[in-house]
Design a protein around this ligand. Structure first.
Ligand SMILES: [Zn+2]
Length: 93
């Protein structure tokens, strides 16, 4: 078990984590780039809030950030399942 991460199984798990991280960060960046190109700069963090959600994410779900103003990077950590969604601030939907 001490050398699990260098076995084929362990390497597979690490590659899967890396793939997840790249996929989620590419997706989140695409949302922000696409939205800002049409003049939307406010984003709400969305995603599951369950027993697998970490304390940081649990606190930030539903919060709205403006691009370039202390907006965190998503995914926040390995295994993070949270996304940016366009937020409609101070206007009717
Ligand atoms: Zn998260």
């Amino acid at each position: 078990m001490s050398d699990y991460w260098s076995t084929m199984g362990g390497i597979g798990v690490r590659l899967e984590m890396l793939g997840h991280q790249i996929e989620y960060s590419t997706f989140n960046r695409a949302i922000v780039i696409t939205a800002s190109s049409i003049g939307r700069f406010d984003f709400m963090m969305i995603g599951p809030d369950d027993e697998r959600t970490c304390a940081w994410c649990g606190e930030h779900i539903g919060r709205v950030y403006r691009m370039g103003r202390f907006m965190p990077e998503l995914p926040k950590h390995i295994g993070c399942r949270h996304f940016w969604d366009i937020a409609y601030v101070g206007e009717r939907k």
